[in-house]
Design a protein around this ligand. Structure first.
Ligand code: AKG
Ligand code: FE2
Length: 311
């Protein structure tokens, strides 16, 4: 399970989608998500100043004292502060729930900075709103490719966004150290963005690690999570990934997670279930799934989706 490949992840260009090229991009997206469960998206709708401000904001947040960062600020279950863990000592992460809603970001900001921090809230929210456009575009393309476009509206209306920001301390050595353990995401879609420090690795279906280095500052990594795999009745792949860190520079990254709304049941549409494609996962409540995933047993189970609701 540990061999590497020099293969690179496919890059798909979203800089100028129009009627003439959309079908081609759509087929690239679908094929990449079926085969690899991920691809690099080139997306230039977020201005350079905003991307810079975003890493400034992330750093400012992690620079807060530990007793502030560990405040119970994030209202989504299981999405609060992670850090100081002996297994992954370099890693720290904080969740900002409903980050596409300005009022919510303002509230969470005021928990961390009781005197307020308007530039922080504005940066987080503007960045999220723009990046969410990429998520919507991708989900629409996937549903069209699956021939279930009639569910697009329902799909878009039954999700919330969680922004997680991540910090990986530099290990001060050129040996690779574990930054984040091998896992799949439970979301529908994750879009990752990072500073110039590499380290993310994605596993292929034949269990080889591809190490990911963004091709440009406009590069985002799109990853399918378990819930999109379940919703597509197994057509999309949700890949294992991990972070391995080396060198002397701090790595900052962020993930925009598209999550089923509280109370929404993840259930593959009837059109995707037939004799040739029997139902692979029983319908489930997303938060219940997370309860399993973060239970003592679930934390040691790399195949939590299959264990939790596999048919
Ligand atoms: O830091 C990264 O690039 C990856 C983070 C990740 O995989 C996660 O938060 O689920
Ligand atoms: Fe992940």
């Amino acid at each position: 399970m540990d061999s590497e490949t020099s293969q690179k992840l496919q890059a798909i260009d979203f800089t100028n989608i129009n009627l003439a090229n959309r079908e081609l991009v759509k087929s690239q997206v679908y094929e990449a998500l079926v085969e690899y469960g991920c691809f690099e998206a080139t997306f230039d709708k977020i201005p350079l100043e905003l991307r810079k401000a975003m890493f400034g904001a992330i750093q400012e947040l992690f620079d807060l004292p530990l007793e502030i960062k560990t405040l119970d600020a994030c209202k989504m279950k299981h999405q609060g502060y992670v850090g100081q863990s002996p297994e992954i000592p370099l890693f720290e992460s904080l969740g900002i729930d409903y980050a596409n809603t300005f009022e919510r970001v303002e509230t969470i900001t005021n928990t961390w900075w009781p005197q307020g921090n308007p530039s922080f809230s504005k940066t987080i929210n503007s960045f999220t709103v723009k990046l969410a456009e990429l998520d919507e575009m991708i989900r629409k393309m996937v549903l069209e490719s699956l021939g279930v476009e009639k569910y697009i509206e329902e799909h878009m209306n039954s999700t919330d966004y969680l922004l997680r920001v991540m910090k990986y301390k530099s290990p001060q050595t050129n040996d690779k150290k574990l930054g984040l353990v091998t896992h799949t995401d439970q979301a529908l879609v994750t879009i990752l963005y990072q500073n110039q420090v590499g380290g993310l690795e994605v596993m292929t279906k034949d269990e080889k690690w591809i190490s990911y280095q963004p091709s440009s500052p406009h590069s985002f990594l799109v990853i399918v999570g378990d819930s999109f795999k379940a919703w597509s009745n197994g057509r999309l792949h949700s890949p294992f990934h991990r972070v391995m860190i080396s060198g002397n520079e701090t790595r900052y990254s962020l993930g925009l997670f598209t999550l089923p709304k509280k109370g929404c049941i993840v259930n593959a549409p009837d059109e995707l279930v037939d004799e040739e494609h029997p139902l692979l996962f029983k319908p489930y409540d997303f938060v219940e799934f997370l309860n399993y995933r973060y239970s003592e047993k679930g934390l040691r189970d790399p195949f939590s989706l299959r264990t939790y609701c596999g048919v």
